[in-house]
Write a protein that binds this ligand. Sequence first.
Ligand SMILES: N[C@@H](CCC(=O)N[C@@H](CS)C(=O)NCC(=O)O)C(=O)O
Length: 252
Amino acid sequence: MPESPAPATIIGGAVSPYVRKVLAVCALKRVPVTIDPIIPFFGNERFEAVSPLRRVPVLIDDRVTLSDSAVICQYLEERYPDPPLWPTDVADRARARWLEAFAATRMSDVIMWRVFNEAVIKPGIWGRPRDVEEVERAVTGELPPVLDYLEGVAPADGFAFGPLSIADLSVAVLFRNLAWSRVTLDPARWPRTRGWVERTVAGSPLGPLTALADRLVRLSPAAQREAYAAAGLPVTTDSMGGSTPRRGPMTV
Ligand SMILES: N[C@@H](CCC(=O)N[C@@H](CS)C(=O)NCC(=O)O)C(=O)O
């Protein structure tokens, strides 16, 4: 008999692509979730205790407290194998792990740290002006090779390895953070990547999660909590978020 999923608390808000990835996997595996949608920079001592790198997401359930979306998703896969989110073929499974690693490393460096951090986090959280030239340099210089690589591996239709997998989710989540950074991609230059991302969002729980996050980016923290509940994601009564930031923005 497969184990019925234990309720989990997810620390971190759905504006984070890594939190959306974990929430999508929880939804696919029917793990009941309560969310503490903190901004990581505002995490209190309890947050530091559960997330030594002070990063979101964190998953807490009856057996583990885990950081890092890749580690969390692997745990959920092994504990709740249905539906499988890693391909069955051994070579495809390795390729899926690589795409997840690529999304977490070079793709994240460019999209989250060079672009989103400068365009959205710096003005929105730290009240400092964005360096428009810095964003432009990343978008014109560093982003195209990442997208060129993805264009070479993107499927012409469907998902990367047949059924929806962790590779599709890991890559697709990052594109919404580019859109919030007001980066528009030339549709003629990376058409396969665009189609792959659109199909993944439309064909997975990332659809409603992205719609929720589109609302969140325009709301105050108090209104955000209501938006989560309205989207069927109950919010914890107690929070690991404080009212003042604990440290300045991370440098890479
Ligand atoms: N590789 C990690 C990345 C997590 C990450 O960078 N999260 C960001 C939010 S989008 C964060 O917590 N940043 C706060 C910080 O680095 O101080 C994962 O997949 O979970």
